[in-house]
Design a protein around this ligand. Structure first.
Ligand SMILES: *Cc1c(COP(=O)(O)O)cnc(C)c1O
Length: 234
């Protein structure tokens, strides 16, 4: 079932890229597999998917151990400082960096395992009380405060748009994130490249692609709705 869902999503991505004159290769599909069993991940791995997104450290580590080693694991959820050490050698990229303290810990752990971890700055683009992420107005300050840390590379911005009934309602947030990244890029801050924009989920990934997303994070449209009633998936 995940396989046929994946084909639908892939066809939509191709169509949207064509319509917005973007190269399909510039849009990375991350399959968000949180709460889903290994068998479902394996099904779309077999279809060629190599980018998977998880939002819990323990779950990412568990799946990392069980799945093939050529997978790129994306940490997309809120990350506690004391847990960075468990994923520093496993995670491909961290999308959810929103503080100096967290950046310093990622830096420290990256140096320990002798790698450079690509990170994105999570922006609370709609200024929602319920969301993590830095305020738009604090983004540049955070970047300037962490850009010289060893072991990390700031690659761009990430945002989780509000839950919208109509995907069009989120277009303004995607354009705002894009504009913010253009503004920051123009400042030519040391070690900062603003080439990546992680935005768009199952409900609005087409609009996000139209507005310049380089990474879309799609869960339920590939794997089906999540069941949070299973307690160990909370
Ligand atoms: C769960 C999650 C997604 C995927 O959500 P869907 O609506 O199921 O596509 C994307 N990004 C983040 C940060 C998530 O936590």
């Amino acid at each position: 079932m995940s396989k046929s869902n994946l084909i639908l999503v892939e066809n939509n991505i191709i169509k949207t890229c064509k319509e917005s004159k973007r190269d399909r290769k510039d849009v990375n599909l991350i399959a968000v597999s949180k709460t889903k069993p290994i068998s479902m991940l394996q099904e779309i791995y077999n279809e060629g998917i190599r980018d998977f997104g998880e939002n819990k450290v323990q779950e990412l580590v568990g799946k990392y151990e069980e799945m093939p080693k050529d997978i790129r694991w994306h940490m997309i959820g809120h990350l506690q400082t004391n847990k960075v050490k468990y994923i520093a050698d496993k995670v491909y990229m961290i999308h959810s960096v929103d503080s100096i303290k967290l950046s310093e810990e990622i830096s420290k752990q990256a140096v320990k395992v002798q790698r450079i971890i690509p990170i994105l700055i999570e922006v609370n683009i709609a200024d929602e009380d319920t969301k993590f992420g830095v305020k738009k107005s604090d983004c540049e300050k955070l970047i300037k405060g962490i850009c010289n840390l060893p072991g990390i590379k700031i690659c761009g911005l990430m945002a989780i748009a509000p839950i919208a009934i109509n995907a069009e309602d989120n277009r303004k947030y995607f354009t705002a994130l894009k504009q913010l990244s253009v503004d920051i890029k123009q400042k030519n801050i040391d070690n900062v490249c603003m080439d990546m924009l992680s935005m768009g989920m199952s409900g609005d990934y087409e609009v996000a692609i139209e507005e310049g997303a380089t990474h879309i994070r799609v869960g339920s449209k590939i794997f089906g709705e999540r069941d949070y009633s299973i307690s160990n998936n909370k």
